[in-house]
Ligand binder design. Sequence first.
Ligand SMILES: [Zn+2]
Length: 571
Amino acid sequence: MIVRRYAAIVLLMIFLVSPATLLAQTSQTPAPDPNDPIQRIKEEGTKRSEVMQTLSYLSDVIGPRLTASPGMKRANEWTRDQLTKWGLQNAHLEAWGPFGRGWTLKSFSAQVSSPLAIPLIAFPKAWSPGTNGPLTADVIYVDARNDADLAKFKGKLNGKIVLTAPLREVPAHFDAQGTRLNEKELLALADAPEPRPSGGGRGNFGGNRSGFQFAANKLRFFQQEGAAMLIDPSRGDGGTIFVQSAQVASPPPDPNATTPTRGTPPYNKDAKITPQLVLAIEHYNRLVRMLQAGEAVKMTVDLSVAYQDADLMGYNTIAEIPGTELKDEIVMLGGHMDSWHSGTGATDNAAGCAVVMEAVRIIQALGLKPRRTIRIALWSGEEQGLLGSRAYVAKYFGSMQNPATSAAPATGGVANSGNGGGNGNGAAAPAGPTLIKKVDYEKLSAYFNLDNGTGKIRGVYMQGNEGVRSIFRQWLAPFKDMGANTLSISNTGGTDHLAFDGIGLPGFQFIQDEIEYDTRTHHSNQDVFDRIQADDMKQASIIMAAFVYNTAMRDEKLPRKPAPAPAPGSR
Ligand SMILES: [Zn+2]
């Protein structure tokens, strides 16, 4: 549609515009200067792009990169070596943690074995234990919607394979699974209201309290009753299944507790987990209907896994292009490299990693000498709660700490080794967390993140930082013809820029086209190389390189939002 409209405009110009006006117009917009760094970035990123090779190695060759798994470690080492090969300096693995144990799948098969053979589309959840050889057992459908329903299954689940949740209808898809942001959606983003100050998407305890409570009760019941295997119906359909972590049964709730008790994560070395699978919805529903028709159904599952608990640390890959006269100041770019395990983590988030790697490769290959140091970070532990980026930010830049704990920060660093001005003078007892700065707090100009899949960049979320609007407006100007010209004052959550934003440092995530992120690829077995759009990846790499380069060259650091005030009466 856009192409057709441009063609019409060109025709109009040819027929209606006088030669004098044409001349004036061409002199106003001269041909792009081939020596302009942004033009050179465009040229390098279009004609000599390596972004798809990088992506293929990360996703096809290395494969899934669950935090603390050997795949993650291999990705850390490969990216370190690749960045070094391109000429970056100080490339290294940086430990954070302790995180917990790794997990790898050694072998897996699951089928219905009686009354007839049915091969199944299924996948074990991460950190699920194995079955110690083939497990053949009766399948039981627990159609429980409350504790009373659950009680009816007492004494009936020992050694059984349990279908844990109600049957779900599977409607046809009348809408396209892949989409790009249209003009109306982009306009809505541009017109979005100022985000509320403490925005960062922290969930509220008690939102769907009874729902969470029942899910926890159900899991505890299954474990107490000695179920051999738990099977969840998958979100998605048509061969796409979404798979994340196994869940650990929590102890019964303490009625006197004022805050929720934190469950044990499955990567905790001592977590006791019942083996867990996710099953394609159409297969799940069929088993339910067979059981409801009175058939005795048996399944055979053979699951073998390995835990890695020799090294409980997580690792980020870090590397730099040293700056020149402002080399003490830093511009960062990054994305998380850890992934889920049923696909190859192509859109979540080898795509973002390949783009930020390509951005520094372009800058390095062109011999552009940035004034500030450009530092790339490929995080791990993002999927478990932005753990790698938060630990890194706490170590070098600062963290929000509760008054009670600020004397002994959990990060193990020095409480305030920097010029920590602006933290108040400690006269009144602060009501909530306070910012404790580290030496590099004043040295970071900005952090740019990419983690919303394969879709090209359409603009930037400004995270409520009005001060960057005119700067970003200028920086986006050369990319209007590539589809990127929207600035939204709004913030977006769910990824590593929040680690920076949370302590008042400029941290940005770009606005990206959705493509098939939520419908097909995000945390699914279809998160693979073939769902990646090569032209979008090239576009994103070019814009990422330009933003990082511009930030490194600018006289001033990027403006910051007002420093985060102590939160009044945090709960
Ligand atoms: Zn994710």
